[in-house]
Design a protein around this ligand. Structure first.
Ligand code: PLP
Length: 356
């Protein structure tokens, strides 16, 4: 049975990319070996590595003031790597969800860290703005989680500050056009919008990485990775290869501008349906609704459980919400086709008819 996978991560990848990887899996382009077997110092791998970097640079319009790094350990390792590289006296964190909180807590191990805004008072259903954000003078950086995967919110405007903005974009990198020049650093685990788990993308302004803390492990030093073009040690070659294929797919589709239109359309039809439904609701303040993770629920946890079960029987899988929120969550990343969202809405309609 064909299924639509609404998992929050690892998540669905473009079918064409999977087929292409399958075709080349055993014998990559006549090399007689798989990408999973080849030396990371080989000519064939080097071409993959360089193309992946070049394509990301083009897709996100990244200029030469920034380094693009491919590292390991997931976004969670960046929760430590960021302060270890960028924190000199103090830094401020926006706590807008579970991952944001984890990033904040990890950073407190390394210096003077302050929460400059939080939406915990309303179970993370909005993004604090204006007077609700108090950034300290001379802070080294301001950390935000641009898209809150579990709670289904996203930043629309960046915090008002002259300090470098560090953004966790694990669940929305390449989903809409971002002006990279407004950020000091962007990081993202690959397994939501880019590739299988393994590689973590770091895009960092070159002038921020020259004075890591003395205790920063070599492997976490951005300047070490930058100098070695992310080949200081063995990189996650296969994940980077898959990222390259996904970047090619996105480029062919018309780039980020085009996928943004598709993502806006997918999320709009789903939110419109929820807003007009008699049994489903979404708790997020409209303006801050994520276009990647759409959370919804009925007013009855038993009915939610029934929905999740029957959805699976109808080819809609991994739609259960995170335990912190309950209900359902449809993660509709770049690779989720419009038909997948339409199929979900059709099923929701039918479920509503049968259960209201
Ligand atoms: C999934 C996710 C993480 C955790 O990523 P790992 O790669 O598993 O460490 C962190 N931040 C955000 C916003 C996420 O969506």
């Amino acid at each position: 049975m064909k299924v639509y996978n609404f998992s929050a991560g690892p998540s669905t990848l473009p079918q064409e990319v999977l087929l292409e990887a399958q075709k080349d899996f055993v014998d990559y382009q006549g090399t007689g070996m798989s990408v999973t077997e080849m030396s990371h110092r080989s000519k064939a791998y080097d071409a993959i590595h360089l193309e992946a970097i070049a394509l990301l640079k083009k897709l996100m319009n990244i200029n030469d003031d920034y380094d693009i790094l491919f590292v390991q350990g997931g976004a969670s390792t960046q929760f430590a790597a960021v302060p270890l590289n960028l924190l000199h006296t103090k830094a401020d964190y926006m706590v807008t969800g579970n991952f944001a909180k984890k990033a904040y807590e990890e950073a407190t191990r390394f210096g003077d860290i302050n929460v400059c805004g939080s939406s915990e008072d309303k179970n993370f259903t909005y993004i604090p703005e204006g007077k609700a954000v108090n950034i300290r003078k001379d802070t080294d950086y301001v950390h935000i989680t641009q898209n809150n995967t579990i709670f289904g919110t996203r930043f629309i405007d960046l915090p008002d500050t002259l300090a470098p903005i560090v953004a966790d974009m694990s669940s929305n990198i390449l989903s809409e056009v971002f002006d990279v020049n407004k950020y000091g650093l962007i990081y993202a685990g690959a397994q939501k919008n880019i590739a299988p788990a393994g590689v973590t993308i770091v895009i960092v302004k070159k002038d921020l990485i020259n004075s890591p803390q003395a205790i920063c492990p070599t492997m976490l030093m951005y300047k070490t990775q930058a100098k070695a073009n992310s080949l200081y040690n063995t990189p996650p070659c296969f994940s980077i290869y898959m990222a390259m294929l996904v970047f090619r797919w996105l480029e062919k589709l018309g780039g980020v501008k085009e996928i943004q239109k598709i993502n806006e359309y997918k999320s709009k039809i789903l939110y419109d349906f929820i807003d007009n439904s008699d049994i489903f609701q979404n708790p997020v303040e409209n303006k801050f609704r994520s276009i990647m993770n759409v959370v919804f629920r009925t007013n009855n946890p038993d009915l939610d459980a029934k929905f999740v079960k029957e959805a699976a029987e109808n080819g809609i899988v991994s739609i259960k919400g995170h335990k912190l929120v309950g209900g359902m969550r449809a993660s509709i990343y770049n690779a989720m086709p419009v038909e997948g969202v339409e199929h979900l809405i059709k099923f929701m309609k039918k479920f509503e008819m049968e259960n209201k």
